[in-house]
Design a protein around this ligand. Structure first.
Ligand code: ADP
Length: 162
């Protein structure tokens, strides 16, 4: 049984994330989408909200499950008996950051990191840019799952009113 972990904060999940998860599910026996739920970070969506959007997003992928994690991803991988971390790469900037993370994680526990080139269709998509564009009324449909659009508009309006 080869199990991989796709970690992230998914605030919110995008079609770029789901593309990586779907492709990873074809390469490994089982994939866990690990949603970072550390309390210290300020997020638009709550941990519960991010987890439930992801659960919605992976319906239909039989070998994928969604879990929250806190602390080091290496510790989580060891406890979950995962052999690899899967990361999507959109650019050289992603690579520079992820290479250092991958080497640190390998140093810590020996866990492997597998890099997957982003689908060019979503190479410019990040959760932060989605939030920025949507906050000014830009159309992000097709870049995030349809079920994210309503909650995204709602959360951004709430934040503006605060
Ligand atoms: P973080 O919590 O590190 O800010 P995200 O939750 O935004 O990360 O994304 C988690 C991981 O998903 C990233 O480390 C990256 O590998 C991958 N990713 C994010 N957006 C895309 C995309 N559009 N295409 C491919 N991979 C992506």
């Amino acid at each position: 049984m080869r199990r991989a972990v796709c970690p992230g904060s998914f605030d919110p999940v995008t079609n770029g994330h789901l593309d990586i998860v779907q492709r990873a599910s074809g390469l490994f026996d089982e994939v866990i989408v690990a949603v970072g739920v550390n309390v210290s970070k300020s997020r638009l969506f709550s941990a519960e909200g991010r987890l439930s959007m992801l659960e919605h997003g992976v319906v239909g992928l039989g070998n994928v499950r969604v879990e929250g994690f806190t602390g080091l991803i290496t510790t989580y991988c060891r406890e979950a008996d995962a052999v690899a971390i899967v990361k999507g790469l959109r650019s050289g900037t992603d690579f520079d950051y992820e290479l250092q993370m991958a080497q640190m994680n390998a140093h810590l526990t020996g866990v492997e990191t597998v890099f997957m080139p982003a689908n060019p269709q979503y190479g410019f998509v990040s959760s932060s840019l989605i939030k920025e564009v949507a906050s000014y009324g830009g159309d992000v449909s097709g870049l995030v799952p349809d079920f994210v659009l309503g909650p995204l508009t709602e959360k951004l309006a709430q934040r503006k009113a605060e």
